[in-house]
Design a protein around this ligand. Structure first.
Ligand code: FES
Ligand code: MG
Length: 587
């Protein structure tokens, strides 16, 4: 039979059990079976590889251009070992290089492209389950979004964080200290030679950013969602125990195929609710909001921006890590890691223990025995870093579809503030004018940045945490309200209002703000208000024209189809599941 998706062309067609998906390639005696097996044999695979045992794809997002994931070329061998131990066949394949530190204009422009590539790679190839090897920020959502749309049994393995940075006897954190050092140079407090030497001290081992930035946050998110193994988030990249974890992952994915447990069985509404609460408890990145909304959209799980506010509102931040707190991922590991956080939330009634886990059964039993070894790093609920640590969702005439602020990284004194807008039309406009001593700005001003959203940049860059004007830094000003349709790095901090929707380039009210307008931020009231009357705004609207679109290529497709931040910034045509079925053979 040439019908690749019938259940009767495998070599176990005599019994009632449907053949494995991969047997539609590797089973049977047709010309096509010959083709699929013969070429694979050139790698030394023997007949046993084609006898119906689970074929496991390993999607490897590591490369020289994704330094945070470059160590995957060693780690992947441990995943292979685990798959072989459990009687499966490991087949590695690459994902697009999504390195946060190198990609221009921003890695986010390519998250959906990589998700699309991964989705098609999984569906089009002979595999029964897939391990996603992820680390650097966008690699986690990109690979998981793609896999979720196919819905084959899936297990996520994060690569682990770098060891703590250390510079002149002081612990320094990825990203966070870049902003600090850069402002110190601008304020004349650090020499350029010192700035250069700090580079090597920051990234001194394999792994991803070791602050609670987006990579560490997303490693926690997949563990909280139950789609990664316990201890996935906290073990350092170079810790020998991560090698054992990789072997476990290899063994577990074979079991998941045998149990036929798929992402739709794991990534339930309860799983997302757990992840949102965990994000508040770890002081996690605002980027998780966008990535989880997009992931939920792939699975058809109802989730919106207001869920983030409602579920996270009363959750205290327990994890005292940079950028919101003091420590780094190494200390988080030594304190007991994410299972401790999840246990503490569960004991406070803030976690669904019955949510499923790829480790087997429900989440509950996997966190029950977690012990805390450092109550400074992972605080008890009675002594949190921030009492209400969730991400606040703001609304008002300036953000009808919402905006977000990470309360734990903001200044309490600015949580209720009315100030005069200082508007930058583009990031180039900001860069051209921010150092000008004549810039009309003071500490009470609100810095407004436009045209940095999904369509505007394009790709919604991490530029929302604009550096302060040097003349105010020199006066000792350390924080001001900044407001934009951009994102910010998970390693950044400050009173930064992000993800304003609709964005300026889509004609949102943000496009109409002018320097001198008064804006009120009231976090307690969840309010973001522009004090300009509607008639004036309507007048300004007439004079507004959208920025030009990219002429062609991926950027054009992206701008034409990307959804706004409050919908996860996925492509409109990628929302939902498309399954693993392929109707036609290739020859
Ligand atoms: Fe890759 Fe931060 S740059 S995780
Ligand atoms: Mg980043």
């Amino acid at each position: 039979s040439n019908d690749s998706n019938s259940n009767n062309n495998g070599n176990d067609s005599h019994n009632k059990k449907p053949a494995r998906r991969s047997q539609h390639w590797f089973g049977g005696n047709s010309k096509d079976g010959f083709i699929h097996r013969s070429w694979m044999r050139n790698q030394g695979l023997g007949s046993e590889a084609f006898d119906g045992r689970p074929i496991i794809g390993i999607c490897n997002s590591g490369s020289d251009l994704v330094p945070c994931n470059a160590h995957f070329r060693g780690l992947v061998d441990k995943v292979r070992e685990g798959i072989l131990q459990a009687g499966g066949v490991p087949l590695e394949f690459p994902a697009m290089a999504l390195g946060e530190s190198n990609l221009r204009p921003t890695a986010m422009l390519f998250r959906n492209l990589a998700a699309m590539e991964v989705e098609e790679s999984i569906r089009a190839n002979p595999m029964d389950g897939v391990v996603l090897m992820v680390g650097c920020d966008k690699t986690t959502p990109a690979l998981l979004m793609g896999a979720a749309s196919v819905n084959l049994p899936t297990l996520v393995l994060s690569g682990g964080a770098m060891l703590n940075g250390r510079y002149r006897g002081q612990a320094i954190g990825s990203g966070t200290h870049v902003w600090k050092f850069s402002e110190a140079v601008r304020a004349g407090q650090m020499s350029e030679a010192q700035f250069r030497s700090a580079e090597a001290c920051m990234s001194r081992s394999a792994g991803h950013c070791m602050t609670m930035g987006t990579a560490s946050t997303m490693a926690c998110m997949v563990e909280a969602l139950g789609i990664a193994m316990p201890d996935n988030a906290a073990l350092p990249a170079v810790d020998a125990r991560r090698h054992e974890l990789a072997r476990q992952v290899g063994r577990r994915i074979v079991a998941l195929v045998q149990e036929n447990r798929r992402p739709s069985d794991i990534l339930t509404r309860e799983a997302f609710e757990n992840a949102i609460r965990v994000n508040a408890a770890i002081g996690g990145s605002t980027n998780a909001v966008i990535h989880l909304l997009a992931l939920a959209g792939r699975l058809g799980v109802p989730l919106n921006l207001d869920d983030w506010d409602r579920l996270g509102r009363d959750v205290p931040t327990l994890v005292d890590l940079l950028p919101a707190g003091r420590f780094l991922m190494e200390e988080f590991c030594y304190a007991g890691g994410l299972p401790v956080v999840m246990r503490r939330l569960a004991e406070a009634g803030l976690l669904h223990r019955e949510a499923p886990s790829v480790a087997g059964g429900a989440i509950g039993p996997h966190i029950e025995a977690a012990e805390c070894f450092d109550d400074e790093v992972i605080r008890p609920l009675e002594r949190p870093v921030v009492a209400q640590g969730g991400i606040a969702v703001l609304r008002g005439n300036l953000a009808p579809d919402g905006a977000v602020i990470k309360v734990s990284a903001a200044s309490p004194a600015l949580m209720q503030h009315t100030g005069r807008a200082v508007v930058f039309e583009t990031i180039e406009d900001y860069k051209a004018r921010i150092d000008d001593p004549a810039l009309d700005i003071d500490a009470s001003s609100i810095m407004v940045l436009k045209n940095c959203g999904p369509k505007g940049y394009p790709g919604m860059a991490e530029v929302g945490n604009m550096g302060l004007p040097p003349k105010l830094l020199a006066q000792g000003v350390s924080d001001m309200i900044r407001l934009s349709d951009a994102r910010m790095s998970g390693t950044a901090y400050g009173t930064v209002v992000l993800h304003v929707a609709p964005e300026a380039a889509a004609g949102g009210p943000l496009a109409l703000v002018q320097s001198g307008d008064l804006i009120t931020l009231d976090v307690a009231e969840r309010r973001l208000h522009l004090h300009v009357d509607e008639a004036t705004l309507a007048e300004r609207c007439k004079a507004w024209a959208p920025p030009p679109k990219p002429a062609s290529g991926w950027a054009r497709l992206y701008v034409d189809h990307v959804l706004q931040a409050d919908k996860g910034a996925d492509m409109d045509f990628l929302v939902g599941q498309r399954g693993d079925h392929v109707a036609r053979e290739s020859h």
